[in-house]
Design a protein around this ligand. Structure first.
Ligand code: SAM
Length: 257
């Protein structure tokens, strides 16, 4: 039976499984890496299409059943680990490709940490198709000025093209989660589209700017940049973080410390 502590909500509605698999469009010999395969609702059709698949699963109890179900369908490698501790760049290298294709109906209790982890390894990822809480997908795709625009929007949009695909109702899962879900496609930006600021500095500035949404930028960034510096980047220090475009944060991160 599904375990709450592992965020286990297994997909059972065929219609949605098919929509996700067709959104991914796995081709033979794609290096697909699935996060949290569970009982294999997505694993088996993906495996059938790609011929091989690497799955990362934390729950030991699920592994023998999953391995058995893959028998005769394709080559399934199961990594028994916490995905946050898996070096995805090293995994791509071991699989012999510059970039892997990531997929997963993610465990919602750690969806943001997983997203940040993937962003850290964006250069080793071709694309990602994830099921998440709809509310999280809304935040990822939000534009400046929106109520839900924040740290997740900026960090994701600086690394990827964010493309919400469709909503999935609680009834598609067993047991049903309390919230609506949505599937999102993330395509990491090409090297020439990526910003060239220090990622840690960007992270620190975005985090501080949104830590207290009500504060002005100069207040929020007090310990990192002074008002004159903010103004020198062409940004009004009295404005609030939620009005800034993702690129504005990059400009702030590039100011001399
Ligand atoms: N893909 C399956 C499906 O759609 O039916 C299961 C999805 S379920 C929402 C999330 C899965 O992630 C579970 O199988 C759970 O055991 C696994 N999981 C939870 N935490 C994990 C972690 N830190 N690393 C890897 N897998 C994890």
């Amino acid at each position: 039976r599904p375990k709450k502590s592992f965020g286990q909500h297994f997909l059972h509605e065929k219609r949605y499984i098919e929509r996700i698999v067709s959104a991914i469009g796995p081709r033979a010999d794609d290096r697909v890496v699935e996060i949290g395969p569970g009982e294999g609702a997505l694993t088996l059709p993906l495996l059938a299409a790609a011929g091989r698949l690497t799955a990362i699963e934390l729950d030991t109890d699920l592994i023998p059943g999953l391995q058995a179900r893959a028998d005769g369908i394709g080559t399934l490698e199961i990594i028994h680990a916490d995905v946050l501790k898996v070096d995805l760049s090293a995994l791509a290298q071991r699989l012999g490709v510059p970039r892997v294709r990531l997929a997963g109906n993610l465990p919602y209790y750690i969806s943001s940490p997983i997203l940040f982890h993937c962003v850290d390894h964006a250069a080793a990822i071709e694309d990602m198709h994830f099921m998440l809480q709809k509310e999280v997908v809304d935040r990822m795709a939000a534009e400046p000025g929106s109520k839900v625009y924040g740290r997740l929007s900026v960090m994701l949009q600086l690394a990827c093209r964010v493309e919400p695909l469709f909503t999935v109702p609680p009834g598609a899962f067993r047991p049903p989660p309390k919230v609506d879900s949505a599937v999102v496609r993330l395509v990491p930006l090409a090297a020439h589209e990526r910003h060239d600021a220090d990622p840690q500095r960007v992270h620190a500035i975005v985090k501080a700017a949104f830590a207290q949404r009500r504060k002005t930028l100069s207040n929020g960034l007090k310990t990192l940049l002074d008002s004159e510096a903010i103004a020198s980047a062409g940004i009004d220090p009295r404005t609030r973080a939620e009005t800034l475009a993702p690129e504005d944060f990059v400009r702030l991160a590039k100011l001399p410390i």
